[in-house]
Design a protein around this ligand. Structure first.
Ligand code: 13P
Ligand code: SF4
Length: 346
């Protein structure tokens, strides 16, 4: 009975007291964010995880976020993901073994170049460790441009994984769109070594299946429907969508934009629908509308965390049982931690 979950979650949380902190990503359901101690974007959540002194970090988010929390927190702290099914498909689009093979081909195509790999936070710990080992780092959507600058200070080419759209949008922001080559590991013809040797930014063929569905036509429609509407989108959207929008930013930047909007302004939001719905609730004085109707922009990975699972992991902790612990293998933890620390410093 979903209606009973709220009081049961609260009862378990009060029983557990300061031993538990609940972190919630902006895309989590209302029933999860309402119980979170902190709600934010990937960058903000990783900072909160680093600062947390609770014994247990309960992560309302997806696997790669919980892994990052495990890497960043102390060894005595335990990270729990309420559902093990919450896996971001984009993170699965660049597997470390596959990247290893690509790395050999790419470095072979440009033997004189110093190539720095950057992985988006939306990736697994083994890929983060790989990037650190090759002199690279991690970034999120709020600091990708700074990570690019960091890398270009140290090398002359970037391999960016796994989100080609964030990579392209960042290259464009830095005026480097002419320097892009693409690398499609699934297509025998999509790996153009000659192009890689000529260009400065190599983009892996990965994408978010939620954000890829936004189109320029959605922006045209919303501007026709709501006179004077402004549009903000997430930088995982296609480049033409980001360019047609008034602004682009991480989920925290989207929230800040609405927080700072004047009462009565209309803002269309091009991102996962749960955040749009939270914004409507949190800032009722602003006219917040979804960029593409209510229907299609739901992240299936994020929605795996439901109140039943949150209730279960918390009540199990009260009973002294740890469930759904996320633990990164020790051999990856240290190097992946280096990649994350470089990001936090950048
Ligand atoms: P943010 O870093 O902007 O929170 O985004 C995470 C994410 O998964 C977007 O799809
Ligand atoms: Fe992954 Fe996209 Fe979901 Fe973000 S919205 S967690 S990138 S599938």
């Amino acid at each position: 009975d979903g209606a009973q979950r709220g009081p049961r979650i609260e009862a378990a949380l009060s029983e557990l007291g300061d031993s538990v902190v609940v972190l919630g990503h902006n895309y989590q359901r209302r029933e999860i964010v309402e119980h979170a101690d902190f709600v934010g974007d990937s960058y903000g959540l990783s900072k909160r995880a680093a600062e947390a002194d609770a014994d247990y970090v309960i992560f309302g988010g997806v696997t790669f976020m919980a892994e990052s929390a495990d890497i960043i927190t102390d060894d005595e702290q335990t990270v729990i993901l309420p559902s093990m099914e919450a896996s971001c498909p984009m993170a699965g689009m660049a597997e470390a073994l596959q990247v290893d093979a690509a790395w050999a081909e790419i470095t072979g195509a440009a033997p004189d170049a110093e190539i720095i790999p950057i992985t988006y936070m939306n990736s697994y710990a083994d890929l983060k460790a790989f990037c650190a080992a090759q002199g690279g780092l991690v970034c999120t959507s709020s600091n990708a441009h700074r990570a690019f600058e960091w890398a270009l200070d140290r090398g002359d080419k970037i391999l960016f994984l796994p989100d080609k759209h964030l990579g392209e949008n960042t290259a464009h922001r830095l005026g480097m769109e002419a320097s892009i080559a693409e690398w499609d590991p699934w297509d025998p013809e999509g790996k153009d070594a000659a192009e890689v040797a000529k260009r400065d930014i190599v983009l892996w063929e990965g994408y978010c299946q939620v954000h890829e569905r936004f189109r320029e036509s959605h922006i045209e429609q919303v501007r026709e429907e709501y006179e004077g509407a402004s549009v903000i989108v997430h930088p995982e959207c296609r480049r033409e969508v980001v360019e047609a929008a008034d602004r682009a930013g991480s989920t925290a930047e989207i929230r800040e934009t609405i927080e700072e909007a004047e009462p009565g302004e209309t803002w269309a939001i091009g991102t996962e629908i749960h955040l749009t719905n939270h914004l409507r609730r949190w800032y009722p004085e602003v006219n917040v509308v979804p960029l593409c109707g209510d229907a299609c922009m739901d992240c299936n990975a994020m929605r795996q965390i439901d109140p039943n699972y949150l209730t279960w992991v918390l009540e199990e902790l009260v009973a002294g049982r740890e469930r759904n612990v996320i633990e990164v293998a020790p051999e990856e933890k240290e190097l992946a931690g280096v990649a994350l620390e470089r990001m936090l410093e950048v």
